[in-house]
Design a protein around this ligand. Structure first.
Ligand SMILES: NC(=O)c1ccc[n+]([C@@H]2O[C@H](COP(=O)([O-])OP(=O)(O)OC[C@H]3O[C@@H](n4cnc5c(N)ncnc54)[C@H](OP(=O)(O)O)[C@@H]3O)[C@@H](O)[C@H]2O)c1
Length: 222
């Protein structure tokens, strides 16, 4: 079973539409996906997420987390509440997923965790403290989890996206889009099929582990 957390995300919906074979559990606050291989679950708190994940009983489980909140505030204006909220949405669901799903994966010696991240958040950006620091916490989770669970055949990888054709991108002015694309060596945004095929690759491939895959046209150029 593939668990898609944050199924209301534009990128998640493109992925789900492209995956018509595997059983999918779509977790969202309110977005319903009508597709024959998709079961919908509607939750809004971390406790509800934990309860829902504890009930899963499948031989193969992949966790893909698209859920995110992005606030735009310079450091001097960021409040502790904004930071707490960002960590609650951008980081803690992954911790709960690793805590509750790994015990279910260990007996079958397989399982995948895929965290969806932002190349810009990784690079750091003005106004990005809450988004960047909460997203970056997932790197600590990934590194620790690789050390603790790899021997059970479980993999942990992160896909970093520069810009995809979602509301986040289309709501920018053409002038700003041009300016941002000028910084990208490849001069293009990410196509959905490039994200979808990378997810499929990470689910099927059992040796790629602890990696960061940058779908960014060379923006980060590490
Ligand atoms: N769009 C881009 O160009 C871009 C660029 C770089 C990285 N990314 C990364 O790609 C992933 C998906 O991005 P996206 O643009 O598709 O995201 P999106 O459409 O903004 O969706 C994010 C999801 O997060 C959940 N969410 C948003 N605000 C929330 C809140 N206040 N409280 C609780 N949940 C909330 C919602 O999930 P539910 O409605 O399902 O509950 C929402 O559908 C994210 O991890 C993002 O960082 C996107």
């Amino acid at each position: 079973m593939i668990i898609v957390h944050g199924a209301g995300s534009g990128i998640a919906q493109e992925y789900i539409a492209s995956e018509t074979e595997e059983p999918i559990l779509a977790i969202s606050r309110e977005t319903k996906i009508s597709q024959s291989n998709v079961e919908n679950i509607f939750i809004s708190t971390l406790d509800e997420l934990e309860t829902c994940l504890k009930e899963i009983n499948e031989k193969y489980i992949a966790w893909i987390n698209f859920k995110t909140i992005k606030t735009d505030e310079i450091i001097t204006k960021v409040t502790p509440d904004q930071l707490r909220n960002s960590f609650e949405i951008n980081f803690l669901p992954n911790v709960i997923a690793v805590k509750t799903l790994t015990p279910k994966m260990i007996p079958s010696k397989t399982g995948s965790f895929i965290f969806i991240d932002s190349a810009k958040a990784w690079m750091g950006e003005s106004g990005c403290l809450s988004y960047s620091s909460s997203k970056k916490s997932n790197a600590g989770l990934q590194k620790t989890a690789v050390k603790e669970f790899s021997r059970f055949g479980i993999t942990f990888n992160t896909i970093f996206i520069s810009y995809a054709n979602t509301v986040m991108w289309t709501s920018l002015s053409p002038a700003l889009q041009d300016k941002l694309l000028k910084e990208v060596p490849g001069k293009k945004i990410v196509d959905f099929h490039e994200i979808n095929s990378t997810i499929r690759f990470l689910i099927k491939n059992r040796i790629v582990n602890g990696t960061n895959i940058f779908l960014d046209g060379g923006l980060t150029n590490i």
